[in-house]
Ligand binder design. Structure first.
Ligand code: PLP
Length: 404
């Protein structure tokens, strides 16, 4: 008789966005004259830039002719894309990463979720708190996290690293040594970044303790300030202790198109085994390659025109972030993020819980965001707004918050 993977029954929290959606629908049904502005969305709203559209059209045309038609893509990615990434994202920044250390995929979510498969089920994991939920959930499914403790809203075998205002939302090195350390900078949900010096300390720690850092740099393109590393490989020694995830989703609006990649350096070994070989095996066994037309679109992001257009789009989103940040500050609400990331993380006023503030904002300003407690216990009393809305709606939301 079949049985199920009972670890799935331990999963928590997937109700967050459905609960938000339900509350907004209920409010709108009860108040048909009111229009709720959604600043909780983590999805882009602007269309693909012209250079990408052009590359898509031309790749589609290639598919229409016998001579240029492509079938299965190479599982690890076309070399035209892997080489472009190695050159423009890494070598141009002084990081010695080669094309054969880059694995193209359908996005960072799959890779962040799947990477744990190449590690032993007895490995301990450390995550920031608050955190992008995929890291914990994928380890729950694999049976690595132990039982859930509802009183603490934590899994017993997970090391949670508090990220609060006191540490500028960047975690301190843990006292108990984890085997796998998930770091995400620029951060979702807090919008915080980690300086190169601080990240170097993590790299040194990982090398010293034999830990592996799983570094999610999905929001790297939003970095505007100097001294903030775009890649963990800007730190000395990172090639022997870190895997990095990248995404075209927020960088170039590919949330619907789907493209990302993971860097597993050749020098990264655990128990004498190269993780690159294990990941190549896993990828080749379970993934049949990102579509040719999408990889051509990804390549176009690195052309001179593509780069310029994508940069402008990101600057436009960051313009929204600035409007939100300034508006909140004027309204006397403590907030951070939004400078090197599309997320603004605010402290709820008057000691309101995250959900109390959600209801307050919905009812009195008709604005929806994301309660910080949905990202982990240390997200309580915080709230996330995003810069992905339309400009006029963003301005209107900020005006309404100012009237509260
Ligand atoms: N990593 C982080 C921190 C994210 O916030 C997201 C998307 O919201 C992803 C990864 C997933 O990116 P992708 O669309 O490439 O799967």
């Amino acid at each position: 008789m079949a049985s199920i993977n009972r670890n799935y029954l331990k999963l928590q929290g997937s109700y967050l966005f459905s609960k938000i959606g339900r509350k907004i629908r209920e409010y709108e049904a009860a108040h048909p004259d009111k229009k709720v502005i959604r600043l909780g969305i983590g999805d882009v709203t602007q269309p693909l830039v012209p250079a990408v559209i052009e590359a898509l059209h031309s790749a589609v045309d290639e598919m229409a002719h016998k001579e240029t038609f492509r079938g299965y893509a190479p599982d690890l990615g076309y070399s035209f894309l892997r080489e472009t990434i190695a050159e423009k994202d890494f070598k141009a920044r002084g990081c010695d990463i080669d094309a054969d250390e880059i694995f193209v995929s359908d996005g960072a979510k799959s890779d962040c979720g799947n990477i744990q498969e190449i590690f032993g089920t007895d490995n301990t994991i450390a995550v920031c708190d608050p955190v992008y939920p995929v890291y914990v959930d994928s380890n729950v499914m694999a049976g690595r996290t132990g039982e859930y403790d509802p009183a603490l809203d934590c899994f017993k075998n997970v090391i949670y690293m508090p990220c609060t205002g006191e540490n500028a939302f960047t975690p301190a090195l843990p006292s108990e040594t984890p085997d796998l350390i998930y770091l995400c900078f620029p951060n979702n949900p807090t919008g915080a970044v980690m300086s190169r010096d601080k990240l170097q300390k993590w790299v040194d720690y990982a090398n010293e303790h034999g830990s592996v850092i799983l570094y999610d740099a999905a929001y790297e393109a939003f970095i505007t300030e100097e001294g903030i590393p775009h890649s963990i490989y800007e730190c000395e020694g990172a090639k022997t202790c870190a895997i990095e995830f990248r995404s075209f989703s927020k960088t170039a609006g590919f949330t619907g198109l789907r493209l990302g990649f993971t860097v597993v350096p050749a020098d990264l070994k655990v128990d004498g085994v190269a993780l690159r070989d294990l990941w190549a095996r896993r990828h080749g066994t379970k993934f049949n390659g990102a579509p040719y037309i999408v990889q051509r679109a990804g390549e176009a992001v690195y052309s001179d025109e593509g780069r310029k257009q994508v940069k402008e789009q990101i600057a436009w989103y960051l313009g929204n972030a600035k409007i939100i940040l300034n508006g909140l500050k004027t309204a006397g609400i403590e907030a951070c993020g939004g400078v090197n990331a599309p997320y603004i993380w605010l402290k709820t006023p008057k000691e309101m819980t995250s959900w109390e503030f959600f209801d307050h904002l919905l009812e009195h300003a008709n604005v929806a965001g994301t309660p910080g407690s949905g990202f982990g216990p240390h997200g309580e009393h915080y709230f996330r707004l995003t810069a992905f809305g339309e400009r006029e709606a963003t301005k209107e939301a900020v005006r309404r918050i100012g009237l509260l």
